[in-house]
Write a protein that binds this ligand. Structure first.
Ligand code: TXA
Ligand code: MG
Length: 329
């Protein structure tokens, strides 16, 4: 897919100036749009938390233009991390490393580790090069809600809270980066994402645990993250149609993520999205589908989990989080 890039060189240079002045720039990456600030400027980083409504204890990802620039951002980079960076950067992989002196503590929620990635998007890379430093950026959505995969999504989520929105077209991966903690004895996946577990394991030639972060704060792991407004209910694929009909009967405005190989002409629901066959296309569209069902003002979304291999693992993780218990209003 060719990205519809509408940001110009001038837009990107102006955005780099905004970063230098302590402002907030939303920018496209291959995964989702990020909400960026100068990672060395505590006041600018504080504005990110404010704009997102995110608790300040939750660490951000520092984005760099090249793995060559790791010095100062991370220290004691282990061989495993170097290997993964070499193989997957630029790309949808975030490495947790020991924090370097250039990272403001605000960006890491006070942790002595830092999450770093080199994104694979021409606009992101041009912005990072023009700026020259590290850009701390979480996904450009309100805390807990669905990540934006277009510039319009960002404007709808954050409106005036952001100084510039760079438009780089729709994101091609569609789910966030895979986070690998390389600071522990055995590297482990903290969040499944755009780089598959299988590809990581092939690169390292060993099995990787996908696990709970053992006290490390990873908001993507909290219940009810990545959540649309509508409540999400997960059932077996062959039960989706019946469950939707029941809920519709009970008076819900039902949205359906219809698994591949089920025909949508018999589904009794308010809105139906037919899930693409390929996991890559599903991942690319996932957040747009959830937003679409929200636009139809569905109050309940019935979906099923894809097979948890390849990108299916990240999709299943996000749907599972979306279906998690909500904080009471
Ligand atoms: O694809 C992505 O990763 C996108 C784009 C914009 O790069 N960013 C993103 O950021 O998803 P955010 O803030 O929504 O998620 C960052 C995740 C959080 O789950 C956070 O807890 C984790 O990274 N994280 C950041 N620093 C960490 C650290 N030092 N140790 C463990 N996890 C960390
Ligand atoms: Mg996020």
């Amino acid at each position: 897919m060719i990205a519809r890039v509408t940001a110009s060189i001038t837009d990107i240079e102006k955005a780099a100036d905004v970063l230098r002045a302590g402002g907030l720039v939303a920018f496209p990456t291959e995964t989702v749009y990020g909400l960026g600030a100068n990672a060395e400027d505590p006041a600018a980083v504080a504005r990110i938390y404010q704009a997102k409504g995110r608790p300040p204890s939750h660490p951000l990802i520092v984005h760099l233009s090249d793995a060559e620039h790791l010095d100062g951002w991370a220290r004691e980079v282990p061989e495993t991390a170097r290997l993964l960076a070499e193989r997957f950067w630029p790309g949808p992989l975030t490495l947790v490393l020991r924090r370097g002196r250039r990272v403001s503590l605000e960006a890491t929620g006070g942790l002595d580790t830092v999450a770093v990635r080199v994104p694979d998007h021409p606009v992101a890379l041009a912005l990072l090069s023009a700026f020259g430093g590290g850009v701390a950026a979480p996904s450009a959505n309100r805390f807990g809600s669905v990540s934006p995969t277009t510039a319009d999504d960002v404007r709808a989520e954050l409106g005036n809270a952001v100084d510039v929105v760079l438009d780089g077209g729709p994101c091609t991966v569609g789910v966030e980066s895979t986070i690998v903690d390389t600071t522990a004895e055995a590297a482990a996946v903290l969040r499944p994402g755009g780089v598959t577990r299988e590809d990581l394991e092939a690169a390292l030639d060993r099995r990787l645990a996908v696990h709970s972060a053992g006290g490390v704060r990873v908001p993507g792991r909290h219940p009810s993250h990545y959540a649309p407004r509508a409540r999400v209910v997960l059932v077996e694929p062959e039960k989706v149609v019946a469950e939707a009909a029941l809920a519709q009967e009970l008076g819900h405005r039902v949205g359906v993520l219809l698994p591949p190989s089920f025909a949508d002409n018999h589904v009794k629901a308010h809105a139906v999205v037919a899930v693409p066959d390929s996991a890559a296309a599903y991942a690319r569209g996932l957040y747009a589908f959830l937003r679409e069902l929200d636009r139809h003002e569905c109050d309940l979304i019935v979906a099923s989990l894809p097979a948890e291999d390849g990108l299916g693992l990240a999709i299943a993780n996000r749907l599972g989080r979306a279906a998690g218990p909500r904080p009471s209003p």
